[in-house]
Design a binder for this molecule. Structure first.
Ligand SMILES: [Zn+2]
Length: 348
């Protein structure tokens, strides 16, 4: 299914498919990035996803409250999530309008509506209530949006094609895009993920709007989602791996514990070219930042390869090549190919 090739925002276009690094301003490593002691993630990507709950009530709030773009030398699009997932984990319930105003204050270029992500093992009756709350919250935000330049994406949830159909039918017209959540607990069930994401993609496509996928993008899904025409996706694997001193191997694309191997694999990214293993291993935030940026470089390299091969109609060859080292890429792609082939032309 065709993707929208550019998403226009107040701070430039996002060329798709695009991977947005997740920035959660909670760790010491962010001081290093904000001060640019190490090149920050937002310099390397088309756009960046900031997580609202990781800004609110932190020491960084003051720095960004009148606009996230103050952090950047180069102005680029910022996507601010609603913090629904973190709120759920913390047991806090936010007011959807209050969240919207905060996103507007931060001068988000794209904002997602406040939602109520559904964990696993929730009773069906509670589950449908949560879905309805997310729908009401999205429609309420749409009616109350004040900042014209900000694109508003409705959050989307649902675990079957039928639920996704119902969810879209309950949403008002006028959203600038859609962002799908509640996928993290199911992140290894590629088959279900692909099925429901494809359904959401069809609805977004029918409305001529882009789709964002929250939280499930490792390398296999990066390949599958790009193939399916999903416009944007996010990942913080680069950062989480760096906390555990894990290095994304440039060939296998798997996480490697540095201390176990006692060496770093050969990598020609701009971080590795300059540094030795010791530079990555220290206990301070700078080595962690280097490691995170190496990891992000690998994600960005793959994203670039995907785009190039899509343009040249050789995507399948790229998948074959990558699957020699990482069979899960092929597995996710095969599901996507079979599913899109089967359902691609079907009318909703
Ligand atoms: Zn590297």
């Amino acid at each position: 299914m065709d993707a929208i090739s550019r998403i226009k925002t107040a701070h430039g276009d996002i060329r798709t498919p695009a991977l947005l690094p997740v920035c959660a301003l909670t760790y010491g490593v962010w001081d290093v990035f904000i001060d640019e002691r190490v090149i920050p993630p937002w310099n390397l990507s088309e756009a960046t996803l900031f997580s609202l709950e990781y800004v609110r009530n932190t020491k960084y709030e003051e720095k960004v409250i009148d606009g996230f773009h103050r952090l950047f030398k180069e102005k680029k699009p910022i996507f601010v999530d609603s913090g629904g997932f973190q709120s759920m984990k913390k047991g806090i319930e936010r007011d959807p309008i209050d969240v919207l105003r905060f996103q507007e204050k931060l001068k988000a270029d794209v904002a997602a509506t406040f939602d109520y992500p559904v964990p696993l093992n929730v009773e069906t009756s509670d589950y449908m209530k949560m879905l309805k709350k997310s729908i009401d919250s999205a429609n309420l935000a749409l009616q109350n949006k004040q900042r014209k330049e900000m694109l508003l994406y409705s959050c989307v949830h649902g675990f079957s094609e039928k639920e996704i159909d119902w969810y879209f039918s309950e949403l008002d017209e006028g959203f600038d895009g859609y962002a799908m959540g509640s996928l993290v607990p199911r992140k290894n069930d590629y088959k279900t993920l692909i099925q429901i994401i494809h359904r959401a993609k069809m609805h977004a496509h029918e409305r001529g709007k882009p789709l964002h996928i929250f939280g499930v993008t490792g390398f296999p899904m990066l390949y599958a989602l790009s193939f399916m025409g999903v416009e944007t996706m996010d990942s913080w694997t680069y950062l989480v791996a760096s906390i555990y001193k894990e290095y994304i191997h440039p060939q296998t694309l798997k996480r490697v514990r540095m201390r176990k191997t006692g060496s770093i694999p050969e990598c020609d990214c701009f971080v590795c070219k300059e540094l030795d293993m010791e530079d990555f291993l220290g206990a301070t935030s700078v080595p962690q930042a280097y490691l995170a940026i190496h990891n992000l470089n690998i994600f960005m390299r793959e994203m670039k390869l995907i785009k190039e091969h899509m343009d040249e109609n050789s995507f399948e060859e790229l998948v074959e090549q990558k699957s020699k080292h990482n069979e899960r890429i092929k597995k996710a792609y095969e599901y996507a190919k079979a599913h899109v082939g089967e359902k691609g032309r079907q009318r909703i």
